[in-house]
Design a protein around this ligand. Structure first.
Ligand code: 6R9
Length: 660
């Protein structure tokens, strides 16, 4: 039903086309390149670049990255493994910081760190960043960190987080950043899997006027992580904290006597830059690996073309650095371009719903990149909030994280974009590292569509058999060719890497990447992403696996089994609903529902807090014992459940309550 309404809404909106203003088109970065190359139309340009992607990326690699040693071969593609820029030597930290600190940009502001407490602003120039990164990198070395070692980072949105990441990159250590909204248990799992030598955290950080005591959570996590030799603690909030003097060291003590110069490692382009854990179809998060060479090229290039950054722009990507969006478009992309970015520590509604708009006004933000869930929250709070601020400085907008409903798109354009600004709806994933399906500033927009594959990338929609589907029909989103920023592997789990992305179409066309989203193209070739095909929920743009929540639920002593579904939500996109089967003899109660929800929140973190818990006697399963979440969801949403004759226990379907 909800899906039907959504579909009709999409169809209604689809006919509207929002053309970019002439001035934007003429002055855009991509148009300068098109003119230089002699391309007449966007379509021709996109198609040529995607077809001749090796040649295209060769040119981009020379434009956007500096190489210590030039590469000898652009691409070595042996599906499912790609090696880019073979034979070169490179370093992401050099491209992000060193080269600017050695140029006139030395005194240009790289980061405006806006703390949650009003008036708490710290600016870092590229010169500052260079010195801080070097000192911290020397500090890491003094603790025995070497090239290839993993370093886990559990920090809030303060400039020291990118400093820590860049310091790792500089010496060839591999960072694994864990979102500060995750629980200590989630941090523990990720530190243990990565076998990190070092944990980096803060005493605490500000969230809605209160201190979140992160050090305590980090301590709990690393007590079970034998590989962690030291924990570095940045002093942010200053309250008393527990201290282990054999293991813990203050950030300021570590860097105090370190030199402000540190040699940058000259790395093979395939050397791993980071691991980022993301949710998949099993309960165990997968460690996505990304490489230096690909990041040096793909991330600045996409940012420069899509968001059209100019030298004097102030850029604000509101994501958390703990997610891929922050890695690519708060840290590596903008720094590589020598841009000025905002890093905001706090909550969007603190002290009130005007906070973001006041930041835009105060710092003259020119380009804003945020998520549909935030837009819908602001819609709900009311247009009087943005209306109070002068946001004439904005010239381009963007969105990411989940499909944006046309209503939110139009609200965003009207209330934030003065009914004038174009919105770049970028479809991509932790795995892809960069935008894949996205408009350019020159693209006519349809609200709710991410438009086309970017130049250098190839997307399609295939049916189960591996045939491209005709316009208007739904299917699986696939990516046809490799590209520099693509994931390289799963950390310590190549089999799962193959099964997850490549196996489905291996026999049809080896090297075709299954994205895990369903979608379609319309008559004009525009892509419409319709959500995940696998068991992954997007709660307020955060990717959470159904089975992760299920395993958290069954770790409650009174729960025998659990099934978890995502329920559509007007603000968060989806919310988590738990169907729990209690152990023998356990009494059902409202208290127990709350306790299970609380237990899940404590196990996975606040992002995984269920919206509701229901008790059921059984859940529908296949004969092989797989929980049929699709069937449960349909029944709970009051939709037709389809053919259930193959279930092991079809009667369990009746017991699922309707929840809408
Ligand atoms: C960047 C990021 C990836 C999943 C992806 C898809 C959804 C992201 C979207 C979008 C529709 C967009 N998604 N952007 N769906 N339109 N513009 O979000 O990475 O956290 O790995 O999630 O997010 O379902 O497959 P990640």
């Amino acid at each position: 039903m909800a899906e039907e309404t959504a579909k009709t809404a999409v169809l209604l909106e689809e006919r509207r086309l929002f053309h970019p203003p002439k001035e934007l088109v003429e002055n855009s970065n991509v148009m300068q390149w098109m003119k230089k190359k002699g391309f007449k139309t966007e379509k021709e340009m996109r198609e040529w670049c995607s077809k001749n992607y090796v040649e295209f990326w060769d040119e981009m690699a020379k434009t956007y990255a500096d190489w210590f040693e030039p590469y000898k071969q652009v691409l070595d593609w042996k599906p499912p493994y790609a090696k880019w820029f073979v034979g070169g030597k490179v370093n992401m930290a050099y491209n992000a910081v060193d080269r600017h600190a050695k140029s006139w940009r030395r005194n240009k502001v790289a980061y405006i760190g806006v703390g949650e407490p009003l008036g708490d602003v710290r600016k870092f120039t590229y010169g500052d960043l260079y010195r801080e990164v070097n000192k911290f990198a020397n500090g890491l070395k003094s603790l025995g960190v070497e090239k290839g070692d993993r370093v886990s980072i559990y920090m809030p949105m303060i400039p020291e987080l990118p400093i820590a990441m860049l310091a790792c990159a500089k010496i060839g250590a591999i960072h694994s950043v864990v979102f500060s909204g995750f629980s200590s248990k989630a941090y523990a799992d990720r530190v243990i899997d990565a076998e990190s030598k070092i944990s980096i955290t803060v005493d605490g950080f500000w969230r809605r006027g209160k201190i979140v005591e992160l050090k305590k959570q980090a301590d709990e996590a690393i007590q079970d992580a034998p590989t962690v030799k030291h924990q570095i603690v940045y002093k942010r909030t200053g309250q008393d904290i527990p201290w282990n003097k054999d293991r813990d060291i203050w950030w300021h003590d570590l860097v105090k006597d370190q030199p402000a110069e540190c040699e940058t490692e000259q790395l093979d382009p395939e050397h791993r830059l980071f691991i980022l854990y993301t949710s998949g179809t099993t309960g165990k998060p997968k460690g996505i690996e990304h490489a230096h060479g690909g990041y040096c090229v793909g991330v600045p290039q996409t940012l420069h073309w899509v968001f059209d950054l100019k030298e004097d722009d102030v850029w604000w990507c509101t994501a958390d650095i703990g997610w891929i969006t922050g890695h690519s478009y708060i840290v590596y992309g903008p720094l590589s371009l020598g841009a000025t970015s905002i890093i905001y520590e706090g909550s969007p509604d603190y002290p009130d719903f005007g906070r973001w708009w006041s930041i835009i006004e105060e710092f003259g933000v020119n380009v804003l990149y945020t998520a549909p869930t935030a837009i819908r929250m602001f819609m709900r709070a009311g247009e009087q909030w943005p209306a109070k601020y002068n946001m004439k400085c904005l010239r381009l907008l963007g969105t990411v994280g989940e499909p944006i409903n046309p209503e939110a798109w139009v609200w965003y354009r009207k209330n934030i974009g003065r009914d004038e600004l174009q919105i770049m709806d970028t479809w991509w994933q932790t795995e892809t590292g960069t935008f894949i399906g996205s408009p350019l500033p020159i693209t006519p927009l349809k609200p709710g569509s991410c438009t086309f594959a970017l130049p250098g990338y190839s997307m399609d929609v295939w049916d189960e058999a591996g045939k491209p589907v005709p316009p208007g029909e739904g299917g699986n989103i696939v990516i046809l060719e490799p590209y520099p920023s693509m994931l390289r592997d799963f950390y310590k789990d190549p089999d799962r890497y193959f099964r997850t992305y490549w196996e489905t179409y291996w026999n049809v066309r080896a090297g075709t990447y299954l994205a895990g989203d369903k979608g379609r193209r319309d008559e004009d070739g525009y892509f419409w992403i319709q959500g995940r095909i696998d068991d992954v929920i997007k709660v307020a743009g955060h990717r959470i696996g159904n089975s992760e929540v299920e395993s958290a639920a069954v770790s409650h002593p009174k729960v025998a089994e659990a099934a978890v579904i995502g329920k559509p939500d007007p603000v968060k996109g989806e919310v988590i609903i738990v169907f729990a089967i209690l152990r023998e003899g356990v009494q059902e109660s409202e208290e127990l529902k709350k306790d299970i929800a609380k237990h899940i929140r404590e196990t996975l973190g606040p992002v995984a807090m269920p919206e509701a818990v229901y008790f059921v006697k059984d859940v529908p399963k296949t004969r092989s014992g797989k929980i049929m979440r699709r069937v449960i969801r349909a029944k709970a949403m009051g939709q037709p459940v389809g053919d259930i004759s193959t279930l092991a226990n079809p009667e369990a379907v009746d017991a699922i309550p309707k929840i809408v």
